[in-house]
Write a protein that binds this ligand. Structure first.
Ligand SMILES: [Zn+2]
Length: 204
């Protein structure tokens, strides 16, 4: 089922981690998640070895905050959790990590094949064009670390990974970022207080 907001989108990940925490075997994990079997097996094994004991409580804190602020797009998964479960490691194919995070194939392909690690000239060009046409909301938002194939990627919009947002929504997301940073400190250098990329769409 498609998420209707950022909370639903984060809940999908939490559902997967909860399911993997109670898997009784690696084979079980692989069979349950055929789109990311190696990552699923790895996470299930870590749970079985009791090495992820603090991951679900942290995720619950993040979810409670997301529920309170109702952002249109989910924030980046707590970097401590991502590190612990292996999302940042290079041991897994981009497609496995991408499917775990609900990224669409079109965006996974554009990320891997064109080596796009951030919003680039093509995204800026698309945003400038939208701005010059007018009639759009003033901001473009994406989950920190997610690079969509296009700012107009329909599947990413449907999955609540990117959105056009108004001032009130951006204020809510800034507050959410600050609260997550306060409640869930971590040591990942690239994600300090940044759970979203937010761009102003300039109108000329
Ligand atoms: Zn796409």
């Amino acid at each position: 089922m498609l998420p209707s907001n950022g909370f639903d989108s984060l809940s999908r990940i939490s559902g997967i981690l909860n399911a993997l925490s109670s898997c009784s075997s690696a084979a079980d994990a692989r069979a349950t998640y055929p789109e990311f079997p190696n990552l699923a097996e790895h996470i299930a094994q870590l749970f079985m070895d009791d090495r992820l004991f603090d991951v679900l409580p942290r995720l619950q804190v993040q979810q409670d905050l997301v529920k309170r602020w109702q952002p249109p797009v989910r924030p980046a998964l707590d970097p401590y959790i991502s590190t612990q479960i292996g999302v940042f490691s290079k041991n897994f194919e981009d497609s496995e990590t991408g499917h775990f995070l609900d990224y669409p194939d079109c965006c996974i392909r554009s990320f891997s094949e064109r080596i796009r690690y951030a919003l680039d000239e093509q995204h800026e060009h698309e945003l400038a064009e939208l701005g010059s046409r007018g009639g759009t909301k003033p901001y473009f938002v994406t989950i920190s670390g997610f690079v969509p194939c296009s700012v107009l990627c329909e599947e990413s919009h449907r999955r609540r990974l990117i959105a056009f947002a108004d001032d009130a929504q951006v204020r809510a997301m800034r507050s959410l970022e600050a609260e997550i940073a306060r409640s869930l400190p971590h040591f990942h250098s690239e994600y300090q207080g940044r759970y979203y990329e937010i761009r102003l769409i300039l109108s000329r």
